[in-house]
Design a protein around this ligand. Structure first.
Ligand code: FE2
Length: 405
């Protein structure tokens, strides 16, 4: 006997409506018509069923701080965050804010978050709070943490030890910020050291890379070259790379993107934050987001992520991955029917691949994690930020309003 049967739903991967059968915490079968007794039945009535949203780039340690940023620049955000860290940050403060956000994110259909955590703090308060939260919320959200040296790997002598200590505490991914190092060659050196640490420990890498309007900020080239030289293909992610929007198009299309593809580099764009923080100082103003369409066309796995929610870098945000995807579609010139489906993948299957989430998807054998939406197609859902009618995690209905028999 099945535990749960969801009848007559659209999916992004099947041409016709299907039934989805769930036994225990796994999907048992997906087929046009399933005749089997089930403990609970949901009549989908042609609505869209999706695997959960995956937000592969976020900052849970600064979420909901509502720190103002009057210039709207990355620099003021980093400076104001430094003051907050010194004057107000505590383990309890981080834990409570992040837990409150995750509760909301879960109801918005997100079930996996990769969060950077600032490791330049000598007490590692963010890492303490978030490694605990990761354990406490594992029944709802898969949290992956990145050891992120916000002020720079070479900003202070102890940062290396702090980053290693955070990894020892259970932080999962090695982070970096080469464009924020004092000298350009220290950006290069930081990538060499960070990739070596990741290689020694068998960990993935996710670097804030070239989050800048400077066309000469070309650390992503170094990241791609080192990834290939060190045999880390498929394990390294370049987040942001907004400088690519102002680099020479010949260099980007003929050299850089082919290098990135050959190195199996993943890319995470953060459309809302990129378009808000970037482009302040060029004239005319440019679109400060990586060329998502060209990256995808080259076979690179690209995710769109939220980055910030009510923090020193972004005063808005609502854990709505449709909002993130919609901004990506606009800025990336991806409004064709096929293109919109590809954009939808940037907040679902692509970030799941980047985070290497086991059993992700809507096929037999996958984890029974899914979201039923009040929409009849992917485009309709994207257009309306469709209401999340049911949230299912490991085969159990955890939130929502749809009728269950
Ligand atoms: Fe970020």
């Amino acid at each position: 006997m099945l535990d749960l049967l969801i009848r007559n739903v659209q999916t992004s991967t099947h041409e016709e409506p299907v039934d989805v059968a769930i036994a225990g915490a796994k999907i048992a079968e997906v087929a046009p018509r399933i005749e089997a007794p089930a403990g609970q039945t949901i009549e989908g009535e042609g609505r869209l069923l999706i695997p959960p949203f995956v937000d592969a780039h976020f900052h849970l340690d600064s979420v909901l701080t509502r720190i103002p940023n009057s210039s709207g620049t990355l620099r003021e955000g980093i400076d104001n965050w430094a003051v907050y860290k010194q004057e107000q940050l505590s383990v309890e403060d981080v834990y409570q804010r992040a837990a409150r956000y995750c509760e909301h994110a879960f109801k918005m259909g997100i079930q996996a978050i990769r969060s950077h955590v600032d490791v330049c703090d000598p007490q590692l308060r963010g890492a303490q709070a978030l490694t605990q939260l990761k354990r406490d919320l594992s029944d709802r959200i898969d949290i992956q943490l990145v050891a992120f040296p916000q002020d720079g790997y070479y900003s202070a002598p102890q940062v290396r030890e702090l980053l290693i200590a955070a990894l020892d505490m259970g932080v999962d991914v090695v982070g970096g910020i080469p464009h924020n190092e004092p000298m350009y060659n220290q950006g290069t050196a930081s990538l060499q050291e960070l990739l070596r640490i990741a290689q020694e420990r068998g960990l993935p890498v996710d670097v804030h890379c070239d989050e800048s309007d400077d066309p000469n900020s070309r650390h992503v080239e170094t990241l791609a070259a080192l990834t290939k030289q060190m045999g880390l293909e498929g394990r390294v992610t370049a987040s942001h790379i907004t400088a690519t929007a102002v680099m020479d198009p010949y260099y980007v299309s003929r050299k850089l993107i082919p290098m990135m593809a050959a190195a199996g580099l993943h890319v995470i764009c953060n459309p809302l934050i990129n378009i808000h923080l970037g482009g302040h100082f060029t004239h005319p103003r440019h679109r400060a987001m990586a060329p998502m369409r060209d990256l995808l066309a080259a076979g690179i796995t690209v995710a769109c992520a939220q980055d910030c929610n009510e923090d020193p870098w972004y005063p808005l945000g609502n854990a709505d991955m449709f909002e993130v995807a919609r901004m990506g579609a606009h800025v990336g010139h991806m409004m064709g029917l096929e293109a919109l489906h590809k954009v939808f993948e940037t907040v679902t299957v692509n970030p799941a691949r980047i985070m290497d989430l086991p059993g992700y998807g809507l096929t037999a054998g996958c984890r029974a994690n899914m979201v039923l939406l009040r929409a009849d197609s992917v485009v309709d859902a994207l257009r309306t930020s469709a209401t999340r009618e049911l949230i299912i995690r490991d085969g159990v209905i955890r939130a929502g309003t749809a009728a269950v028999a």
